[in-house]
Design a protein around this ligand. Structure first.
Ligand code: NDP
Length: 310
């Protein structure tokens, strides 16, 4: 299924042919950053998302991962977890059925180190290359091309991936071997979960005492307890009562679980990550699969019987 052809006036800069798979909340704006720089084709499990994207950007949406692989030098994947990336490799319509030796797969999924090592092993066996390259910065950062991208790859593969990553991010850091990008992201996500949960509890208590949440934030943001959650998420999403849906709580639960598994694999005790995993798992079950991650604070509000607004 090829939905459109580039218009005569549309001429992306020459470069490696890129195929993007996974046009979700963050994949969509990331792929859009590639349009002016590379010849691009896209695929998405729900075809309508890919055909909409293709029509909007005057490029081609293809019917299968195999076809995307056949038409790409560099593949970019952005799906929920490593298991979904592994599944994309398989079957008669999978990536392995279409890719040529030398193809580079950059996985921007927030996946697991062990999963990325398995994927890299399978790609290496057919002469292809792999980098785990999870991102941070949210959908706004993706739109602006200012994502932080943490990369696990051989140094030569990192150098090859850089021009494509550069179109989507601002701070692109080679963390080390395959899996280290995923490990970095998982650690970041534990901190995100902890900040959300802890500030929710603290602001609920202060609000219940009659302290203005706006004043409490003003103090926190000039003190040692501040974080991106206190500086951006809470003022923009909680105090306003807007609760926009940009990053699902289910995905944060998945991330914290990846971190928990990493600590276990390394034989390390991590009671904070354990507790964050338990609380995020409960939040996912209560809020459902579509709720935003910041809505864990809504649960805390409900338990405390207060609304953190101002
Ligand atoms: P979404 O849930 O919005 O989108 C998920 C994407 O993966 C969709 O394109 C979906 O296809 C596709 N998908 C889901 N399951 C499968 C499957 N079994 N096979 C093939 N494709 C599948 O997620 P996000 O875009 O928010 O997140 C993508 C990745 O990026 C995750 O790892 C997430 O943790 C990470 N991330 C997200 C951020 C954000 O702000 N949203 C920030 C940083 C990282 P379909 O359209 O058919 O559902």
């Amino acid at each position: 299924m090829s939905t459109s052809v580039p218009s005569p006036s549309f001429a992306p800069a020459a470069g490696p042919r890129v195929g993007f798979l996974g046009l979700g909340a963050i994949g969509n704006p990331m792929a859009a950053r590639l349009v002016p720089r590379f010849p691009l084709v896209v695929w998405n499990r729900t075809a309508a998302r890919a055909t909409d994207f293709a029509a909007r950007h005057q490029i081609s949406a293809l019917a299968t991962p195999r076809e995307v692989a056949q038409r790409s030098d560099v593949l970019v994947t952005c799906v929920p977890n490593s298991a979904e990336v592994e599944a994309l490799l398989d079957g008669p319509d999978g990536l392995l059925a279409g890719l040529a030796p030398g193809t580079l797969l950059i996985d921007c999924t927030s996946g697991s180190p062990a999963g990325s090592r398995r994927i890299a092993h399978r790609l290496t066996a057919v002469g292809a290359q792999f980098a785990d390259a999870p991102v941070s910065g949210g959908t706004k950062g993706a739109e602006a091309g200012t994502l932080t991208i943490m990369v696990g790859a051989d140094p030569g593969v990192f150098a090859r991936a850089l021009p494509v990553l550069d179109a989507m991010g601002k701070r692109i850091v080679h963390m080390g071997p395959i899996g280290s990008g995923d490990a970095m992201k998982a650690v970041n996500q534990v901190l995100l979960a902890v900040h959300l949960l802890a500030i929710g509890e603290g602001l609920a208590a202060l609000t219940k005492m009659g302290v203005s949440p706006a004043k409490a934030l003003e103090v926190l943001n000039g003190s040692t307890g501040r974080s991106m959650v206190s500086e951006v998420h809470v003022p923009e999403r909680v105090l306003t009562g807007l609760w926009p849906r940009t990053f699902r709580a289910a995905l944060l639960d998945k991330d914290v679980e990846i971190a928990r598994g990493l600590f276990e694999e390394l034989g390390l005790q991590a009671p904070v990550a354990e507790l964050a995993a338990t609380l995020m798992h409960h939040a996912r079950q209560t809020l459902g699969e579509e709720a935003d991650h910041v809505e864990v604070i809504r649960l805390i509000e409900e338990q405390a019987g207060v609304e953190i607004r101002g």
